[in-house]
Design a protein around this ligand. Sequence first.
Ligand code: NAD
Length: 230
Amino acid sequence: MNKIVVLSGAGISAESGIPTFRGSGGLWEGHDIREVASPEGWRSNPQLVLDFYNKRRKNAREVKPNPGHLALVELEQHFDVQIITQNIDNLHEQAGSQNILHLHGELFKSQSTADPNLVYEIDGWELNWGDTCERGSQLRPHIVWFGEMVPMIEPAMEMSSQADVFIVVGTSLEVYPAAGLIEYVPPLAEIYIVDPGTPRLSPSRNIEFISEKASVGLPLLVEKLTKNNS
Ligand code: NAD
């Protein structure tokens, strides 16, 4: 069975009601990203950071997967599918996809500030100052912030290097190292980009561009791939 690897970004969740990041002029929900998504931001104002992610979490509890997420579940009926997502929401999980790697962490998890390997599910939507890990250290959001290492990038590179088909959806390809994964895709693999905007494309690759929103472009692409396969 052909291996399909999907690299998803904020755009796939836009139609579910979670705004993208670049679309808002480099601000994330009105905040400079360095304030709310960097180790410096956490050090200078942890309460602002906790409040920011609490709001994101509260909103994310009310959103539902859209036809783009659901098309990727359908794809699993026909192919071996691996999703690599830059998103911190859980819409791929809610939709029912089986193999999901979160490159930038997960909104509904916390991690210890003393040991990033101590990771916990967040019950409800609030993470507060004073919430501690089993070793008594403050918990922070389980998010890979700008300027931090991306621990899951190695397995993501390995997955990308095994793709027969590589689908990029809803990502501006501006954020590294995620944007560099396309370079690990084997030369003979097919690459598709589904995005109504203009992501930064790799000139060295032969890419088929589907200039549609995820809810339209992914069902079309899934239909094409499954037809070609039958
Ligand atoms: P980005 O905001 O930089 O780019 C979004 C891309 O999605 C753009 O290319 C845009 O043209 C495209 N897009 C917009 N609407 C779309 C639609 N309906 N269908 C398909 N594509 C659409 O996003 P990024 O590249 O993922 O990088 C931003 C960073 O911010 C990531 O690291 C991510 O973790 C984080 N982020 C996550 C979420 C989330 O979890 N849903 C939301 C905002 C930001």
